[in-house]
Design a protein around this ligand. Sequence first.
Ligand SMILES: [Zn+2]
Length: 101
Amino acid sequence: MGKYSAQWNECRRIQTWLLSWFLGGLVAPFLLFIIPIQSQPKTFRQIAVFGYLGLWGIGTIYLRIRMSHFRCPRCSQYFFGNSRTPLRACPHCGLQRNEDA
Ligand SMILES: [Zn+2]
């Protein structure tokens, strides 16, 4: 067990959630076609679609914010900051991702 194991595990956990939530949200509408939603009233369909999109969007934004607020285990600065892609090293102290001590 390394010095920063707990922090890197948390980072991986958030990233796994983000990826799963995002990709799951892309696949879920296709699964909804299995449910006979077309036979439901139009109001129900609108509520279902907007509710789904709202929940998915809010969840994605929430997880993205959690990811961007992950702090570097060594220098406590934001590890990812505003980067759109996951970085391999901290831009502040150079700690490599998943590096221990
Ligand atoms: Zn750092």
